[in-house]
Design a protein around this ligand. Structure first.
Ligand SMILES: Cc1cc2nc3c(=O)[nH]c(=O)nc-3n(C[C@H](O)[C@H](O)[C@H](O)COP(=O)(O)OP(=O)(O)OC[C@H]3O[C@@H](n4cnc5c(N)ncnc54)[C@H](O)[C@@H]3O)c2cc1C
Length: 378
Protein backbone atom coordinates (compact mmCIF):
# COMPACT_ATOMS: atom_id res chain seq x y z
CA UNK A 1 0.00 0.00 0.00
CA UNK A 2 1.48 3.33 -1.08
CA UNK A 3 0.54 5.17 2.13
CA UNK A 4 2.54 2.80 4.35
CA UNK A 5 5.55 2.42 2.10
CA UNK A 6 8.68 4.45 1.44
CA UNK A 7 6.73 5.85 -1.53
CA UNK A 8 4.30 7.29 1.03
CA UNK A 9 7.18 8.88 2.96
CA UNK A 10 8.54 10.29 -0.27
CA UNK A 11 5.19 11.69 -1.32
CA UNK A 12 4.08 13.10 2.05
CA UNK A 13 7.40 14.19 3.61
CA UNK A 14 10.33 14.33 1.19
CA UNK A 15 8.64 15.77 -1.92
CA UNK A 16 6.63 18.25 0.17
CA UNK A 17 9.85 19.45 1.89
CA UNK A 18 8.48 18.57 5.32
CA UNK A 19 11.62 16.48 5.92
CA UNK A 20 14.18 18.05 8.22
CA UNK A 21 16.77 15.35 7.66
CA UNK A 22 16.77 14.09 11.26
CA UNK A 23 17.52 10.48 10.26
CA UNK A 24 14.63 8.93 12.22
CA UNK A 25 13.26 7.04 9.19
CA UNK A 26 16.65 5.36 8.67
CA UNK A 27 16.68 4.22 12.32
CA UNK A 28 13.12 2.88 12.51
CA UNK A 29 12.91 1.11 9.14
CA UNK A 30 12.07 -2.51 10.01
CA UNK A 31 14.21 -3.91 7.19
CA UNK A 32 16.97 -1.29 7.31
CA UNK A 33 16.25 -0.29 3.73
CA UNK A 34 16.30 3.50 4.15
CA UNK A 35 19.70 5.15 3.88
CA UNK A 36 20.73 8.77 4.16
CA UNK A 37 22.29 9.78 0.86
CA UNK A 38 23.35 13.01 -0.81
CA UNK A 39 19.75 14.18 -1.20
CA UNK A 40 18.48 12.87 2.15
CA UNK A 41 16.57 9.64 2.89
CA UNK A 42 16.49 7.18 0.00
CA UNK A 43 15.18 3.65 -0.51
CA UNK A 44 18.15 1.31 -0.47
CA UNK A 45 16.57 -2.15 -0.56
CA UNK A 46 13.11 -3.70 -0.56
CA UNK A 47 10.36 -1.83 1.26
CA UNK A 48 7.86 -4.16 3.04
CA UNK A 49 5.34 -1.35 3.69
CA UNK A 50 5.51 -1.71 7.49
CA UNK A 51 4.60 1.98 7.82
CA UNK A 52 7.12 2.65 10.60
CA UNK A 53 8.97 5.43 8.75
CA UNK A 54 5.74 7.40 8.42
CA UNK A 55 4.42 6.63 11.89
CA UNK A 56 7.62 7.80 13.61
CA UNK A 57 8.46 10.74 11.32
CA UNK A 58 8.66 14.02 13.28
CA UNK A 59 8.69 15.94 9.99
CA UNK A 60 4.95 15.25 9.82
CA UNK A 61 4.66 16.70 13.33
CA UNK A 62 4.44 15.36 16.88
CA UNK A 63 1.53 15.34 19.35
CA UNK A 64 2.95 18.07 21.61
CA UNK A 65 0.30 17.94 24.34
CA UNK A 66 0.86 14.22 24.72
CA UNK A 67 4.62 14.80 24.81
CA UNK A 68 4.13 17.42 27.54
CA UNK A 69 2.29 14.88 29.69
CA UNK A 70 4.77 12.13 28.92
CA UNK A 71 7.91 14.17 29.67
CA UNK A 72 6.70 16.66 32.31
CA UNK A 73 3.46 15.17 33.66
CA UNK A 74 1.49 18.28 32.69
CA UNK A 75 0.68 20.53 29.74
CA UNK A 76 2.49 23.81 28.97
CA UNK A 77 0.63 26.74 30.56
CA UNK A 78 -0.49 29.74 28.43
CA UNK A 79 2.18 31.86 30.24
CA UNK A 80 4.91 29.38 29.31
CA UNK A 81 3.59 29.25 25.75
CA UNK A 82 3.73 33.07 25.56
CA UNK A 83 7.31 33.13 26.86
CA UNK A 84 8.22 30.64 24.16
CA UNK A 85 10.80 28.55 26.05
CA UNK A 86 8.62 25.61 27.12
CA UNK A 87 8.48 23.93 30.53
CA UNK A 88 11.63 24.17 32.64
CA UNK A 89 12.88 23.98 36.20
CA UNK A 90 15.86 26.34 36.02
CA UNK A 91 17.83 28.45 33.56
CA UNK A 92 21.51 29.32 34.10
CA UNK A 93 24.28 31.01 32.17
CA UNK A 94 27.42 28.87 32.59
CA UNK A 95 30.48 27.91 30.55
CA UNK A 96 33.01 25.08 30.61
CA UNK A 97 35.71 25.51 33.25
CA UNK A 98 38.10 23.60 30.98
CA UNK A 99 39.66 26.23 28.69
CA UNK A 100 40.29 23.80 25.81
CA UNK A 101 36.62 22.81 25.73
CA UNK A 102 35.51 26.41 26.25
CA UNK A 103 37.54 27.45 23.21
CA UNK A 104 36.22 24.68 20.97
CA UNK A 105 32.54 25.01 21.95
CA UNK A 106 30.34 27.48 20.14
CA UNK A 107 29.14 29.41 23.20
CA UNK A 108 31.37 28.35 26.07
CA UNK A 109 31.52 24.59 25.44
CA UNK A 110 29.01 23.95 28.23
CA UNK A 111 27.36 21.11 26.36
CA UNK A 112 30.63 19.42 25.43
CA UNK A 113 31.87 19.80 29.03
CA UNK A 114 28.69 18.15 30.32
CA UNK A 115 29.11 15.22 27.92
CA UNK A 116 32.79 14.85 28.84
CA UNK A 117 31.78 14.87 32.53
CA UNK A 118 29.21 12.10 31.98
CA UNK A 119 31.78 9.97 30.18
CA UNK A 120 34.46 10.58 32.83
CA UNK A 121 32.01 9.60 35.61
CA UNK A 122 31.00 6.52 33.58
CA UNK A 123 27.36 7.62 33.58
CA UNK A 124 27.31 7.09 29.81
CA UNK A 125 29.31 4.80 27.51
CA UNK A 126 28.95 7.07 24.49
CA UNK A 127 27.46 10.30 23.19
CA UNK A 128 25.79 10.91 19.83
CA UNK A 129 27.34 14.16 18.61
CA UNK A 130 27.65 15.77 15.21
CA UNK A 131 30.86 16.20 13.26
CA UNK A 132 31.18 18.04 9.99
CA UNK A 133 34.07 18.39 7.55
CA UNK A 134 35.80 15.12 6.76
CA UNK A 135 33.44 13.19 9.08
CA UNK A 136 30.50 13.75 6.75
CA UNK A 137 30.15 11.97 3.39
CA UNK A 138 28.12 14.91 2.06
CA UNK A 139 29.31 18.51 2.26
CA UNK A 140 25.88 20.08 3.00
CA UNK A 141 25.13 18.02 6.12
CA UNK A 142 26.95 17.37 9.36
CA UNK A 143 27.09 13.73 10.43
CA UNK A 144 26.19 11.78 13.60
CA UNK A 145 29.18 10.26 15.36
CA UNK A 146 29.02 7.81 18.26
CA UNK A 147 31.73 9.27 20.46
CA UNK A 148 33.14 6.90 23.06
CA UNK A 149 36.17 8.96 24.11
CA UNK A 150 36.67 12.46 25.49
CA UNK A 151 38.63 13.34 22.32
CA UNK A 152 35.75 12.30 20.05
CA UNK A 153 33.27 14.28 22.13
CA UNK A 154 35.49 17.38 21.91
CA UNK A 155 35.90 16.85 18.17
CA UNK A 156 32.11 17.23 17.89
CA UNK A 157 32.08 20.58 19.73
CA UNK A 158 30.74 23.62 17.91
CA UNK A 159 27.46 24.50 16.22
CA UNK A 160 26.88 23.33 12.69
CA UNK A 161 24.31 25.49 10.97
CA UNK A 162 23.25 22.65 8.72
CA UNK A 163 21.16 19.50 9.11
CA UNK A 164 22.60 16.49 10.90
CA UNK A 165 20.72 13.15 10.82
CA UNK A 166 21.62 12.37 14.44
CA UNK A 167 18.63 10.07 15.10
CA UNK A 168 20.01 7.70 12.47
CA UNK A 169 22.65 6.62 15.03
CA UNK A 170 20.00 5.14 17.34
CA UNK A 171 19.83 1.88 15.38
CA UNK A 172 23.58 1.28 15.72
CA UNK A 173 23.37 2.16 19.42
CA UNK A 174 20.54 -0.38 19.87
CA UNK A 175 22.67 -3.08 18.21
CA UNK A 176 25.94 -2.41 20.03
CA UNK A 177 26.50 -4.59 23.07
CA UNK A 178 29.41 -2.47 24.32
CA UNK A 179 27.09 0.53 24.73
CA UNK A 180 24.46 0.39 27.46
CA UNK A 181 23.82 4.07 28.00
CA UNK A 182 24.14 7.22 25.88
CA UNK A 183 23.49 10.94 25.78
CA UNK A 184 22.17 12.28 22.48
CA UNK A 185 22.57 15.83 21.19
CA UNK A 186 20.22 17.44 18.68
CA UNK A 187 17.98 20.32 17.74
CA UNK A 188 14.35 20.64 18.85
CA UNK A 189 13.28 18.52 15.87
CA UNK A 190 15.56 15.66 16.95
CA UNK A 191 14.22 15.91 20.50
CA UNK A 192 10.62 15.70 19.28
CA UNK A 193 11.54 12.67 17.17
CA UNK A 194 13.15 10.95 20.13
CA UNK A 195 10.16 11.63 22.43
CA UNK A 196 7.83 10.42 19.70
CA UNK A 197 9.68 7.09 19.71
CA UNK A 198 9.29 6.87 23.49
CA UNK A 199 5.58 7.69 23.19
CA UNK A 200 4.99 5.11 20.48
CA UNK A 201 6.84 2.45 22.49
CA UNK A 202 6.37 -1.10 21.17
CA UNK A 203 8.62 -1.75 18.19
CA UNK A 204 10.49 1.51 18.81
CA UNK A 205 11.25 0.89 22.49
CA UNK A 206 14.66 -0.67 21.80
CA UNK A 207 15.78 2.41 19.88
CA UNK A 208 15.11 4.87 22.69
CA UNK A 209 15.91 2.58 25.65
CA UNK A 210 19.62 3.34 25.95
CA UNK A 211 19.19 7.12 25.82
CA UNK A 212 19.88 8.26 29.39
CA UNK A 213 20.09 12.00 28.63
CA UNK A 214 18.81 14.15 25.78
CA UNK A 215 20.56 17.48 25.18
CA UNK A 216 18.81 19.94 22.87
CA UNK A 217 20.14 23.07 21.17
CA UNK A 218 18.16 26.27 20.97
CA UNK A 219 17.55 26.80 17.26
CA UNK A 220 16.67 29.92 15.31
CA UNK A 221 16.54 27.66 12.21
CA UNK A 222 18.88 29.36 9.78
CA UNK A 223 18.88 26.19 7.65
CA UNK A 224 19.05 26.30 3.87
CA UNK A 225 18.38 23.68 1.20
CA UNK A 226 21.31 21.65 -0.09
CA UNK A 227 21.33 23.68 -3.32
CA UNK A 228 21.18 27.07 -1.60
CA UNK A 229 23.76 26.12 1.01
CA UNK A 230 26.26 24.79 -1.52
CA UNK A 231 25.71 27.82 -3.78
CA UNK A 232 26.38 30.37 -1.06
CA UNK A 233 29.47 28.51 0.16
CA UNK A 234 30.81 28.23 -3.39
CA UNK A 235 30.16 31.93 -4.14
CA UNK A 236 31.68 33.02 -0.84
CA UNK A 237 34.82 30.93 -1.40
CA UNK A 238 35.09 31.73 -5.13
CA UNK A 239 34.94 28.09 -6.28
CA UNK A 240 32.54 25.89 -8.24
CA UNK A 241 29.93 23.90 -6.29
CA UNK A 242 31.10 20.77 -8.10
CA UNK A 243 34.66 21.16 -6.79
CA UNK A 244 33.76 21.14 -3.09
CA UNK A 245 34.54 17.91 -1.22
CA UNK A 246 33.96 18.91 2.43
CA UNK A 247 32.81 21.96 4.37
CA UNK A 248 33.56 22.81 7.98
CA UNK A 249 32.74 25.82 10.10
CA UNK A 250 34.11 27.13 13.40
CA UNK A 251 33.77 30.02 15.76
CA UNK A 252 37.24 31.53 16.08
CA UNK A 253 36.85 34.41 18.55
CA UNK A 254 34.82 35.54 21.52
CA UNK A 255 33.50 38.37 19.33
CA UNK A 256 31.81 35.86 17.03
CA UNK A 257 34.34 35.81 14.24
CA UNK A 258 33.74 32.59 12.36
CA UNK A 259 35.66 30.63 9.73
CA UNK A 260 34.53 28.45 6.84
CA UNK A 261 37.09 25.76 6.11
CA UNK A 262 36.56 23.83 2.88
CA UNK A 263 38.51 21.12 1.11
CA UNK A 264 38.23 20.84 -2.67
CA UNK A 265 38.14 17.56 -4.56
CA UNK A 266 41.74 18.23 -5.71
CA UNK A 267 42.82 18.34 -2.05
CA UNK A 268 43.24 22.13 -1.90
CA UNK A 269 42.22 23.72 1.41
CA UNK A 270 40.54 27.16 1.55
CA UNK A 271 39.63 29.10 4.68
CA UNK A 272 37.55 32.26 4.91
CA UNK A 273 37.18 34.19 8.14
CA UNK A 274 34.50 36.82 8.79
CA UNK A 275 32.31 38.26 11.48
CA UNK A 276 28.93 36.61 12.08
CA UNK A 277 27.22 39.83 10.87
CA UNK A 278 28.92 39.44 7.48
CA UNK A 279 27.75 35.84 7.36
CA UNK A 280 24.16 36.98 7.91
CA UNK A 281 24.59 39.20 4.83
CA UNK A 282 25.90 36.25 2.81
CA UNK A 283 23.03 33.92 3.74
CA UNK A 284 20.36 36.66 3.78
CA UNK A 285 19.18 36.23 0.17
CA UNK A 286 18.68 32.47 0.59
CA UNK A 287 15.29 31.21 1.83
CA UNK A 288 14.97 29.32 5.11
CA UNK A 289 14.28 25.64 4.57
CA UNK A 290 10.54 25.05 4.02
CA UNK A 291 9.99 22.74 7.02
CA UNK A 292 11.72 25.15 9.41
CA UNK A 293 9.06 27.75 8.61
CA UNK A 294 6.54 25.51 10.41
CA UNK A 295 8.69 24.85 13.48
CA UNK A 296 7.22 26.08 16.78
CA UNK A 297 10.09 24.96 19.02
CA UNK A 298 12.90 27.50 19.52
CA UNK A 299 14.27 26.16 22.81
CA UNK A 300 14.34 22.37 22.20
CA UNK A 301 11.44 22.07 24.60
CA UNK A 302 11.48 18.27 24.92
CA UNK A 303 15.12 17.76 25.91
CA UNK A 304 16.25 16.95 29.43
CA UNK A 305 18.47 20.01 29.14
CA UNK A 306 18.50 22.68 26.42
CA UNK A 307 21.65 24.65 25.60
CA UNK A 308 21.53 28.12 24.03
CA UNK A 309 23.88 31.08 23.65
CA UNK A 310 23.23 32.19 27.22
CA UNK A 311 21.20 29.27 28.56
CA UNK A 312 21.47 25.95 30.24
CA UNK A 313 17.77 25.27 30.59
CA UNK A 314 17.11 22.27 32.84
CA UNK A 315 13.71 20.81 32.10
CA UNK A 316 13.49 17.42 33.81
CA UNK A 317 14.57 16.62 37.40
CA UNK A 318 17.17 14.26 35.91
CA UNK A 319 18.60 17.11 33.82
CA UNK A 320 18.63 19.53 36.74
CA UNK A 321 20.32 17.03 39.08
CA UNK A 322 23.00 16.48 36.46
CA UNK A 323 23.80 20.19 36.02
CA UNK A 324 23.86 20.66 39.84
CA UNK A 325 26.39 17.82 40.02
CA UNK A 326 28.53 19.17 37.14
CA UNK A 327 28.60 22.63 38.79
CA UNK A 328 29.37 21.19 42.23
CA UNK A 329 32.32 19.28 40.75
CA UNK A 330 33.62 22.50 39.15
CA UNK A 331 33.24 21.51 35.47
CA UNK A 332 30.84 24.40 34.70
CA UNK A 333 31.40 27.95 35.97
CA UNK A 334 29.47 31.23 35.64
CA UNK A 335 30.01 32.93 32.29
CA UNK A 336 31.75 36.31 32.23
CA UNK A 337 29.63 39.25 31.04
CA UNK A 338 30.19 39.88 27.31
CA UNK A 339 28.41 43.25 26.72
CA UNK A 340 27.15 43.45 23.18
CA UNK A 341 27.05 39.67 22.72
CA UNK A 342 24.84 39.24 25.81
CA UNK A 343 22.45 41.88 24.47
CA UNK A 344 22.43 40.15 21.10
CA UNK A 345 21.54 36.82 22.77
CA UNK A 346 18.55 38.39 24.56
CA UNK A 347 17.34 40.00 21.35
CA UNK A 348 17.73 36.72 19.37
CA UNK A 349 15.76 34.87 22.09
CA UNK A 350 12.89 37.34 21.91
CA UNK A 351 12.78 37.46 18.11
CA UNK A 352 13.05 33.72 17.57
CA UNK A 353 10.59 32.69 20.27
CA UNK A 354 8.05 35.10 18.75
CA UNK A 355 8.78 33.97 15.19
CA UNK A 356 8.22 30.35 16.11
CA UNK A 357 5.25 30.76 18.44
CA UNK A 358 3.38 33.42 16.47
CA UNK A 359 4.50 33.79 12.84
CA UNK A 360 5.11 30.08 12.24
CA UNK A 361 1.83 29.09 13.92
CA UNK A 362 -0.05 31.57 11.71
CA UNK A 363 1.74 30.16 8.68
CA UNK A 364 0.60 26.64 9.58
CA UNK A 365 -3.02 27.83 9.88
CA UNK A 366 -2.84 29.66 6.55
CA UNK A 367 -1.21 26.80 4.63
CA UNK A 368 -3.69 24.32 6.12
CA UNK A 369 -6.66 26.44 5.11
CA UNK A 370 -5.17 26.67 1.59
CA UNK A 371 -5.07 22.86 1.50
CA UNK A 372 -1.26 22.72 1.50
CA UNK A 373 0.65 20.04 3.45
CA UNK A 374 1.69 21.11 6.96
CA UNK A 375 2.94 19.27 10.05
CA UNK A 376 0.38 18.46 12.73
CA UNK A 377 1.15 19.14 16.39
CA UNK A 378 -2.23 17.82 17.68
C1 LIG B 1 21.32 25.20 13.65
C2 LIG B 1 21.52 25.83 14.99
C3 LIG B 1 20.82 26.98 15.31
C4 LIG B 1 21.00 27.59 16.57
N1 LIG B 1 20.29 28.72 16.88
C5 LIG B 1 20.42 29.28 18.12
C6 LIG B 1 19.68 30.45 18.48
O1 LIG B 1 18.94 31.00 17.66
N2 LIG B 1 19.82 30.93 19.74
C7 LIG B 1 20.65 30.34 20.68
O2 LIG B 1 20.73 30.80 21.82
N3 LIG B 1 21.36 29.23 20.36
C8 LIG B 1 21.27 28.70 19.11
N4 LIG B 1 21.98 27.57 18.79
C9 LIG B 1 22.77 26.92 19.85
C10 LIG B 1 24.13 27.53 20.01
O3 LIG B 1 24.74 27.76 18.74
C11 LIG B 1 25.05 26.57 20.80
O4 LIG B 1 25.05 25.31 20.19
C12 LIG B 1 24.58 26.35 22.19
O5 LIG B 1 24.60 27.60 22.81
C13 LIG B 1 25.49 25.40 22.95
O6 LIG B 1 26.78 25.93 22.95
P1 LIG B 1 27.97 25.14 23.63
O7 LIG B 1 29.23 25.90 23.38
O8 LIG B 1 27.62 24.80 25.02
O9 LIG B 1 27.91 23.79 22.78
P2 LIG B 1 29.15 22.95 22.24
O10 LIG B 1 29.99 22.57 23.38
O11 LIG B 1 29.73 23.64 21.07
O12 LIG B 1 28.39 21.62 21.76
C14 LIG B 1 27.45 21.64 20.72
C15 LIG B 1 26.97 20.21 20.50
O13 LIG B 1 25.92 20.22 19.55
C16 LIG B 1 26.19 19.29 18.51
N5 LIG B 1 25.67 19.90 17.26
C17 LIG B 1 26.14 20.99 16.65
N6 LIG B 1 25.41 21.29 15.57
C18 LIG B 1 24.46 20.35 15.48
C19 LIG B 1 23.39 20.13 14.57
N7 LIG B 1 23.17 20.91 13.50
N8 LIG B 1 22.56 19.08 14.79
C20 LIG B 1 22.76 18.27 15.86
N9 LIG B 1 23.75 18.43 16.77
C21 LIG B 1 24.59 19.46 16.57
C22 LIG B 1 27.70 19.16 18.49
O14 LIG B 1 28.12 17.94 17.97
C23 LIG B 1 28.05 19.29 19.97
O15 LIG B 1 27.96 18.05 20.63
C24 LIG B 1 21.88 26.99 17.52
C25 LIG B 1 22.59 25.83 17.18
C26 LIG B 1 22.42 25.25 15.93
C27 LIG B 1 23.21 24.01 15.58
Amino acid sequence: MLEDSFDGLKKRVIDTKLCFFCGQCCAVCSTGCISFKDNGPELDGECVSCGQCLEACPGLGSPLKKLDIQVFGRETTPEEEAKGLGIYLSDRNLVSADKEIQGKGYTGGKLTATLAYLLEKKEIDAAIVSQWGAASPYAWVSWPVIATTREEIIKGAGSKYVFSPNLMALSEIADREDIKSVAIVGLGCHMQGLRKLELLGQSYAALAKKVKYSFGLYCGSPMRSKEDFMTYVANMMGVSVHDIATVDFKRVSKEFDIAFDIVLKNGENKVKQMNIMQLFEVIGPYQRWHRCKFCTDYAAEYADISFGGSHITCRTPKGEDLIDQVVADGWLVPSEPNGLMDQMAISIDQTMAKTKKVANVQRIIKHKSDGKPVPSYD
